[in-house]
Design a binder for this molecule. Structure first.
Ligand SMILES: Cc1cc2nc3c(=O)[nH]c(=O)nc-3n(C[C@H](O)[C@H](O)[C@H](O)COP(=O)(O)O)c2cc1C
Length: 308
């Protein structure tokens, strides 16, 4: 039986126990840079004894931010702040991971503590920057949100390269592990979802096509980080859409894609990707968390590396 306080090895990284603090956005960065708040916030989790602390979703581009308060790694001047966060986590005995993300059609919304909806005139008066979001298609996330501009082929390459550059900066900052955010309706998941991806090129349509861009990003990031560094991917196990019912699109494909992209762990929070505001009751969370066909391995870091 696996014990919570036993060590676990993932590629070249050994965790002192299996307690992982999952990434949680704090919406408190300034112009994409972390602040002393983040040092205290992440340091306290490490002091609490977790084996791994994963820093909140961090944007790979300025206009990929979910909110104006998201930290980023799209510029070299963001590395130093992250290095301090890494230092405070490691100095207190935990390993340091970071989740990198592009918000896609959900980017540019209110900070959660200011409403968690589309930006209002009041938010803009308060200084929040606005931009036109991008996505797989021109279908907006929900009423009130802007219509996204579908990513062109060049846009896909640029976005893939932004993930790679952010991952490299994470390595320079000293992180032990990188996680790709492929959940909650952000850009990579919206490519996977038939509720958001209506492309007619090789990146849309059949499931294999919808998986193409997320897998391209995954392989490019895997190739850019050290061989001994684990790469995690976070997916949504279900769409969270009543209209679509439970979608196992991603989960049922996880084993083959995990092998083909050399991923160390797939974590599955409850899914939020539909064209509806995320409403997550505890009942819904219970109902969607462990559907039996995808029960194995939920939120579990797998010590065994898949064969290449
Ligand atoms: C304030 C807050 C911010 C969150 N931010 C993120 C995030 O940046 N990235 C992410 O993948 N999940 C995020 N989540 C989801 C959590 O990581 C986690 O999955 C969720 O709280 C449920 O916990 P569980 O997965 O252990 O069941 C956030 C949750 C909360 C409460």
């Amino acid at each position: 039986m696996v014990k919570l306080f036993e060590k676990v090895s993932l590629r070249g990284l050994e965790l002192k126990n299996r307690i992982v603090v999952s990434p949680m956005g704090m919406y408190s960065a300034e112009n994409g840079c972390v602040t002393p708040f983040h040092l205290v916030h992440y340091g306290k989790f490490a002091m609490g004894g977790a084996g791994l602390v994963i820093v909140e979703q961090t944007s790979v581009s300025r206009h990929g931010r979910i909110t104006n308060g998201d930290p980023g790694l799209w510029h070299d001047n963001q590395i130093d702040g992250m290095r301090q966060v890494v230092h405070v986590i490691k100095a207190n005995g935990a390993a340091a991971g970071i989740q990198i993300n592009h918000g896609g059609r959900k980017s540019g919304q209110q900070r959660v503590f200011r409403g968690n909806g589309p930006l209002t005139d009041r938010d803009i008066e308060m200084g929040e920057e606005t931009w036109t979001p991008t996505g797989p298609s021109d279908v907006r996330f929900a009423d009130g949100y802007s219509d996204p501009v579908p990513l062109s082929k060049d846009g896909l390459i640029g976005t893939r390269d932004a993930f790679v550059a952010a991952a490299r900066r994470a390595v320079l900052a000293g992180f032990d592990l990188v996680e790709l955010h492929m959940a909650h309706g952000y850009l990579l998941q919206s490519f996977l979802s038939p509720l958001a991806n209506f492309r007619t090129d090789e990146y849309g349509g059949a499931r294999e096509n919808r998986m193409r861009f997320p897998l391209e990003v995954t392989r490019a990031v895997r190739a850019a980080i050290p061989a001994g560094m684990p790469l995690f991917v976070r997916i949504s196990a279900t769409t969270g859409s009543k209209a679509a019912g439970r979608s196992r699109t991603v989960s049922s494909s996880r084993a083959s894609s995990r092998r083909s992209a050399s991923i160390s762990s797939i974590a599955r929070p409850v899914g939020i990707c539909a064209s509806a505001r995320p409403t997550l009751t505890s009942r819904a969370a219970r109902a969607t968390r462990f559907p039996s066909p995808i029960r194995s391995g939920v939120n579990r870091a797998s010590p065994q590396e898949p064969s290449a």
